[in-house]
Design a protein around this ligand. Structure first.
Ligand code: LMR
Length: 399
């Protein structure tokens, strides 16, 4: 009866974990999925999250359905975290349409669905490369996916000239997906001055910025500093779209906590957008999960918990920076003939190593070190104990 269903391939990112799980080698390392690990290599639950959960347990809240668009207070808190308390309290901010989503994936998907259904020019331009899931998300939503120049393999940095040239050529009203910080997979972000220039250019060309902010806090360790780009674009008056994930910065991966928002021209326009987002969500999943947003609300509404969370966020970013330095110096100490500066110049959770698919293959078969085929290393999975082994492995396959 189901014989017409062909066997599909594993996901480019999540499939790495499947391969890792099958490997019996005790020295194996999973540097595939972008999920933070502590220095013991263990999944990390933030203490601020545990404290919030204890409060919630005591409160014995009901477990009723949330509204289709999710928890309104959470959406407010999410927007405040993205845009800062001053800006989110300013007049005009009520023109924002927002909904709770199934993390960043759900936010991008719902944004794509709304564009495909109601926007006349649903061409979405993604940076080359972008998160592997972006293309299927926007295609499955019904948008046409195109690309723009972003990464320069010769410098392992940003090809800003190429990016600007491509943006200049985009037809007006096109949607441009931008990674707000800690670009996935390259770890390469525009500077503040470059963001300013991009904002002006996109205003001039009447383009719509669609920010995906999945790693707020992971570039600098400070969530406010990392929100520079969306804050600047908001100030410059863009009709922007913002997808937020709370998976990484609150460590709430499996709880699927996210937010999607649209900067609208009026309260009435915002209400219309929200009404349609609800109509899209209802037949897909009815309403979003309740626990994770309660945790985020507890943390962001209580000063002591929020300060604790900010410190923990900074701690995660600092541990990753430390691992970047150790991996780079480890490779240099082994006499590697290759240049590894980009390990420390790139930001966020990932290092776009420049390793070829063949070298990545050798890392898994000869060393039980697992990464995505594009050479992306999740630095968040490297530990003080594994970093020397990793340097041995990378050095061996790049000789
Ligand atoms: C990643 O890029 O590894 C993360 O965003 C997790 C995912 O769902 O792909």
């Amino acid at each position: 009866r189901w014989s017409k269903v062909p066997l599909g391939p594993e996901d480019a990112i999540l499939g790495v974990t499947v391969a890792y799980n099958h490997d019996p080698n005790p020295k194996k390392i999973n540097l595939g999925v972008g999920a933070y690990r502590d220095d013991e290599g263990k999944p990390f639950v933030l203490e601020s999250v545990r404290m919030a959960e204890r409060i919630l347990l005591e409160a014995e809240n009901a477990m009723e359905y949330l509204p289709v668009a999710g928890d309104k207070t959470f959406v407010k808190n999410a927007l405040k975290l993205a845009f800062g308390s001053e800006c989110s309290a300013a007049p005009g901010f009520e023109n924002f349409a927002g909904m709770q989503t199934l993390s960043g994936t759900g936010a991008c998907r719902m944004g794509g669905e709304l564009l495909a259904r109601f926007y006349d020019a649903p061409d979405v331009y993604l940076p080359t490369p972008s998160w592997a899931n972006h293309t299927p998300i926007f295609k499955d939503a019904g948008c046409t996916v195109k690309g723009y120049t972003y990464y320069d393999a010769s410098t392992c940095g940003l090809d800003f000239k190429g990016m600007v040239a491509d943006i200049e050529k985009m037809p007006p009203s096109s949607v441009v997906l931008l990674h707000a910080c800690a670009h996935n997979p390259t770890g390469v972000d525009p500077s503040k001055a470059q963001w300013d220039q991009l904002s002006a250019l996109m205003r001039e060309k009447h383009l719509v910025p669609f920010f995906d902010m999945a790693y707020q806090g992971f570039t600098s360790g400070d969530a406010d500093v990392d929100a520079y780009a969306p804050r600047k674009f908001l100030k410059d008056g863009h009709h922007m779209i913002l997808a937020q994930s709370f998976s990484k910065n609150f460590g709430l991966y499996g709880h699927r906590v996210g937010c999607l928002s649209f900067a609208c021209d009026s309260v009435a326009e915002a209400q219309a957008v929200e009404s349609q987002l609800k109509i899209l969500a209802r037949p897909m999943y009815s309403n979003p999960p309740i626990h994770g947003v309660r945790v985020v609300n507890e943390i962001l509404q209580e000063k002591t918990l929020e300060s604790k969370w900010r410190l923990e966020m900074q701690g995660m970013a600092e541990r990753i920076t430390g691992m970047r330095m150790k991996l780079r110096s480890g490779l240099e100490a082994r006499g590697s003939a290759k240049i590894w500066d980009h390990i420390t110049s790139q930001n966020g959770m990932f290092c776009y190593s420049g390793l070829t698919p063949e070298q990545v293959g050798r890392l898994s078969t000869e060393w039980s070190v697992y990464l995505t085929k594009n050479g992306r290393i999740s630095m968040a999975g490297v530990t003080s104990r594994s970093v020397e082994y990793l340097a041995d492995a990378i050095h061996a396959v790049t000789k």
